[in-house]
Design a protein around this ligand. Structure first.
Ligand code: SAM
Length: 330
C-alpha cells in the first residue's frame, strides 16, 4: 500500500477516515418515513457509479487519504445486481468493511457476502410486530427479515447489529422487545433517533424518542454499564450479565458532530461531507471527464475542508436537505 498523501482534515481538526458508499438509490421496501409508497423518482442507471468507479474512489481514499472504514449502503444495497463482486473488489483494500441492509434478502445473500470478504453487517428493523411492519415498510416481510438476521449470524458475521428507529405513537412501546430479541439472538440492538430526513417531511421534534427515554426503559429491566464509544456514533452499553450490549445513536438529542469522521458518496457519485450537507462535489462527473487521481483527491480534500461544525437540527438556522435518507445513503 502506498503511503497516505492527503489527510482529510477539516477546519475543526476532524480527521475523516470513514467512507459511506451508497450503491443504489433503489429499495425493495417503502418505509413510510423514508419514501412515498409510489412515485419515487429513481436515478437513471447510467448516472449510477459502476463497480469500477466505486472501486477507484475507494482505493484512492484508502490508499492515499487515510480512509480506514467503508460502509456500503443505499437505497437497499442488496438489490444492486452482483453486489458480492463489488464486496470482493473492496475486500482487497486494507479497510474495515461493513454493510447496512433491511435484511429481507439476507437468507439468499448472507453466505455469498461473507465469502466475498464482508465481515460486519447492520440490519435495519423498526418493529417486531407483523402488522406494524407491514404498515411501516409497506411490505409483509418481517419473517424473512428475522430469518435473514439468523442467516447473518450463522454465516459468521460478527457483530450483527440491528438498528431500530423509534417514533412516538408508532413503535415507541417496543424498546424492551428489541432488547430481549437482541439478547436472545446474540445481536447488538441500536436505537437511532428519528431525524429530519424523511421523504414526506413529517418529522417533528415531538416524534423523536430520545436517548434518555430509551435508557429509562432499558434500566427498568436490565443492568448495564457504559462502554467507551470512540468514534462510534452510538452510545454503547454492556449488560452486566455478559449477554452482549446495546446502543443508542442520539443524532438529535446528543449530536456527535464534534467527533464526526464520516464522508459520504451517493449512488450517483456526489461526495457529501455531512448527511445534512446542502452542497456536494460531483466526483462521478469529474471521473467521467478525465480527472486524474490528484484532481479527485484535491476535490475530496476541498469538500472536507468546507465541512461545517454540526448539523444544527433544532436551531433556527437548520435547513433540511432536499434529499431523503434513501437518496443520500443512510
Ligand atoms: N436499505 C438499507 C437499510 O434499510 O438499512 C440502507 C439504507 S436505509 C436509508 C439506512 C437507515 O436509515 C435505516 O436504518 C433507516 O431506518 C434509516 N433512516 C431512514 N430515514 C431515517 C430518518 N428520517 N431518521 C433516522 N433514520 C432513518
Amino acid at each position: 500500500m502506498s503511503s497516505v498523501a492527503t489527510s482529510l482534515v477539516d477546519t475543526f481538526g476532524r480527521v475523516h477516515t470513514d467512507l459511506r458508499i451508497s450503491v443504489t438509490d433503489r429499495c425493495n421496501f417503502r418505509c413510510a418515513y423514508c419514501m412515498p409508497s409510489e412515485g419515487m423518482k429513481w436515478l437513471d442507471r447510467t448516472d449510477i457509479m459502476s463497480f469500477e468507479e466505486i472501486e477507484r474512489v475507494a482505493r484512492l481514499l484508502v490508499e492515499q487519504a487515510g480512509v480506514k472504514s467503508i460502509r456500503l449502503t443505499g437505497g437497499e444495497p442488496t438489490v444492486r445486481a452482483r453486489l458480492p463482486v463489488l464486496v470482493n473488489k473492496l475486500a482487497q483494500l486494507d479497510v474495515d468493511m461493513s454493510l447496512t441492509t433491511n435484511g429481507a434478502t439476507l437468507g439468499l445473500v448472507a453466505e455469498d457476502l461473507r465469502s466475498a470478504g464482508l465481515t460486519r453487517l447492520n440490519v435495519s428493523l423498526d418493529t417486531l410486530n407483523r402488522d406494524r411492519f407491514l404498515e411501516l415498510t409497506r411490505r409483509d416481510e418481517l419473517t424473512r427479515v428475522l430469518e435473514g438476521i439468523d442467516s447473518a449470524v450463522n454465516a459468521g458475521f460478527s457483530p450483527v447489529k440491528v438498528n431500530a428507529v423509534l417514533m412516538r405513537g408508532i413503535n415507541d412501546d417496543e424498546v424492551l422487545d428489541f432488547l430481549t430479541m437482541g439478547r436472545n439472538k446474540g445481536v447488538t440492538v441500536r436505537f437511532i433517533e428519528f431525524m429530519p430526513l424523511d421523504a414526506q417531511g413529517e418529522w417533528s421534534a415531538e416524534r423523536v424518542i430520545s436517548y434518555q427515554e430509551i435508557l429509562d426503559v432499558a434500566s427498568e429491566h436490565f443492568e448495564f454499564e457504559a462502554v467507551e464509544r470512540g468514534h462510534s456514533p452510538a452510545e454503547r452499553f454492556k449488560y452486566t450479565d455478559g449477554k452482549g450490549e446495546f446502543g443508542v445513536i442520539a443524532s438529535v438529542t446528543k449530536p456527535f458532530c464534534e467527533d464526526c469522521d464520516r464522508i459520504r458518496l451517493t449512488a450517483d457519485g456526489q461526495l457529501r461531507n455531512c448527511l445534512f450537507a446542502l452542497d456536494h462535489i460531483d466526483l462521478l462527473d469529474l471521473m467521467r471527464n478525465g480527472a486524474s487521481d490528484d484532481d479527485l483527491l484535491a476535490a475530496v480534500a476541498g469538500e472536507v475542508h468546507r465541512k461545517w461544525a454540526g448539523h444544527a437540527i433544532g436551531q433556527v438556522h437548520f435547513i433540511r436537505p432536499s434529499k431523503s435518507m434513501s437518496q443520500l445513503g443512510g
